[in-house]
Design a protein around this ligand. Sequence first.
Ligand SMILES: NC(=O)c1ccc[n+]([C@@H]2O[C@H](COP(=O)([O-])OP(=O)(O)OC[C@H]3O[C@@H](n4cnc5c(N)ncnc54)[C@H](O)[C@@H]3O)[C@@H](O)[C@H]2O)c1
Length: 293
Amino acid sequence: MIPTGVDSLDSPVNRSPADLRPRTDGRLVSSQVWTHAKGDGMTERVALVTGGASGIGREICRALAADGRQVAVADINETGAAETTAMITEAGGRALSIPMDITDSDSVIQGCLATTDELGPIDILVNVAGWDKFMRFVDTDEDFWDRIIEINYKGMLRTTHACVPGMIERGWGRIVNIASDAGRVGSSLEAVYSGAKGGTIAFSKTLAREVARKGITVNVVCPGPTDTPLLGEIVGANDDGERVIGAMANAVPMKRLGQPEEVAPAVVYFASDGASFTTGQTLSVSGGLTMAG
Ligand SMILES: NC(=O)c1ccc[n+]([C@@H]2O[C@H](COP(=O)([O-])OP(=O)(O)OC[C@H]3O[C@@H](n4cnc5c(N)ncnc54)[C@H](O)[C@@H]3O)[C@@H](O)[C@H]2O)c1
């Protein structure tokens, strides 16, 4: 039985990002057992997925677990994270709910520490948590810009900053960032979000170069319009939402929205042992909306 929550954590004052590095006290943690290669060549490495409580993140958690990974479902929505964890354990996988607010550095560090304590070192980091609201740029204000950037860009920086040192020390890591086609080609009513997602793509390419000789890959998956609670919220909050969504779907060569489970396989590939020579790449999963060279 995998415990949930962070009850086993030491007092935060005694913990630091350095604790995310491999143990040197000789104690065998669970992941050191679980990361041994299985007969099929895959390993049961630990994956931490932010935004795992809902939509695309939930399906990524389920797909990684089905691929044999232990999954830390990290989200500010603890109820949704527990639901995702239950789905995985009921299907025979291994998962742990981790309360985490990616806009809060301490919350990110404590969540990563809880994952490391309960499952083992984080070898796979998938940054999915995100948020947006349709607004014309001229109608936005600085509070809105800050919220978009804190969640969609700086949240990804915080988790990555917490996890990369341990990956470097272990000489293995997979980072997959969920951006958006909006960050590649722009999207009306999503100017600040598009900028944050474009920043995620550029950051990922640069980090990929910095860690390329450390056994770590960094790649980006860009969903197109995908049928999730976030999209429903965006549409519901906008007078013109239904028309905008109709136009979005119409722009997709396949003439429909994507489903979250159609995004997850791309992440499973980038997170796999076999994707060891693929880094700094940006893959759109958008029914042909963005056919970037
Ligand atoms: N749905 C789409 O059409 C679409 C298109 C392109 C890109 N994306 C991106 O895909 C990702 C997932 O979106 P989704 O549509 O599945 O949305 P969703 O709302 O269903 O899921 C997003 C999750 O992020 C979590 N989250 C939000 N703020 C957080 C915070 N501060 N700390 C921790 N968790 C937080 C939410 O609780 C939620 O569980 C996002 O990065 C989004 O920008 C979505």
